[in-house]
Design a protein around this ligand. Structure first.
Ligand code: 2U9
Length: 367
């Protein structure tokens, strides 16, 4: 690339037999170098090639001059050629150094420019997503109960009939046991099942812990329901249990009212409607004034003014027998909430499947 044929031949062939003529040969080389460096200085790629051309160990110009001019130079010229070559080397290397720093500086500047963030430019919106509504609702329920001394325990989704039914006072032949509602794993009724509520974990906790007990148990539960607008075969529950030596119905009612005010706002009023659950006695459905119409009646509350929130009741003493708790000395209350249902109610969602279809157009509405 240097197209410097003269360096292929010894100085003698070029008639450079005096110090002056040697110096002028070298001056030609230097001029050529300066010309070429100016030519190749623009883009890093050709510059690298240019550097190699001049400083290449094997066939670089400087090496060729050393091989063809210095080595064969007659003794009387050796020192002159040597000096000239060193001066040329110094010139070439300092020029290359200076150029390299300029190039690196330019590359650095270009990189900086490339990286330069023009803060005035609008940022690139990276959709970060949000916590799922079920998660948001669950965390709100957790906040409400942790604030009054409840702790959170979680348990296995695969349970035994004993913990999912028997220990909860749901005797053999109780309709809830019907495999209509329950997913049995080994097919045989005696086999394991997918829990239909998180209550088994309350039993497991009482087996391991002496009273007082104040826990909430969140988690997925499974029921063999035909999916429709408000039912799915898997949904999320939060159940709660408080057992101690002096818990009264008033404590139960007070806790329920505290929850409703925290969850729906201080204006929400509570109503307890008698109900039945095998594991609570007395049992109640807890209603709250409709959060849409404030109780005056609207489409959401089917013009009743009331919205059914969750089920609850005083723990049925029969349950204590399964966990060696002394029913004479202890009393407690429990509740069970469908988190999906509460989320739909709170965020005005009419279709349960919307919560699980991962349609960002839907999910994006709830920051
Ligand atoms: C023990 C003792 C009592 C948990 C309770 C309910 C009432 C209830 C339903 C609400 C909506 C299930 O998700 S849902 O379909 N649950 O209404 N659950 S009392 O009572 C217990 C639990 C454990 C040891």
């Amino acid at each position: 690339m240097a197209d410097l044929p003269i360096i292929e031949r010894p100085l003698a062939d070029l008639g450079a037999t005096t110090a002056e003529s040697v110096a002028s040969r070298f001056a030609d080389i230097r001029v050529r170098f300066d010309q070429q460096s100016a030519l190749h200085a623009t883009d890093p790629e050709s510059w690298r090639a240019f550097v190699l051309t001049w400083t290449g160990r094997k066939s670089g110009v400087l090496s060729l001059i050393a091989d063809n001019w210095l080595k064969p130079a007659p003794p009387e010229l050796k020192r002159v050629v040597g000096q000239e070559l060193n001066r040329l080397k110094t010139h070439v290397e300092s020029a290359l150094d200076q150029r390299r720093t300029e190039i690196e500086a330019a590359a650095e500047k270009a990189a900086l420019a490339r990286e330069q963030v023009d803060l005035s430019l609008p940022g690139v919106e990276r959709p970060v997503g949000t916590r799922h509504l079920i998660r948001q609702t669950y965390e709100e329920l957790q906040r409400i109960f942790l604030a009054i001394g409840f702790s959170v325990v979680e348990g296995p989704e695969i349970e035994t009939p004993y913990y999912n039914f028997e220990a909860l006072n749901i005797p053999e032949h109780h309709p809830a046991r019907d495999n209509m509602d329950t997913f049995y794993i080994e097919g045989a009724r005696g086999g394991h099942l997918l829990r239909t509520h998180t209550s088994p974990m309350q039993i497991r906790t009482m087996e391991k812990q002496q009273p007082p007990v104040r826990i909430i148990v969140p988690g997925k539960v499974y029921r063999r329901d035909n999916p429709d607008a408000t039912h799915g075969y898997m949904f999320h529950q939060v159940e709660g249990l408080a057992v101690d030596t002096d818990i009264t119905f008033a404590d139960f009612k007070g806790t329920v009212e505290y929850f409703v005010r925290e969850f729906l706002g201080p204006q929400a009023r509570t109503r307890l409607r008698p109900s039945y659950f095998p594991f609570t006695e007395p049992s109640a459905e807890v209603d709250a004034t409709c959060h849409v119409c404030g109780g005056s009646g609207c489409r959401i509350c089917k013009f009743s003014g009331w919205i059914e929130l969750f089920g609850a009741g005083m723990v049925n003493p029969a349950v204590y027998g399964f966990v060696n708790y002394d029913a004479e000395k202890l009393s407690g209350f429990a509740f069970g909430m469908g988190v999906d249902r509460l989320a739909m109610m709170k965020y005005g969602i009419s279709e349960l499947p919307l919560l699980f279809q991962n349609d960002v157009r839907f999910l994006r509405q709830f920051p």
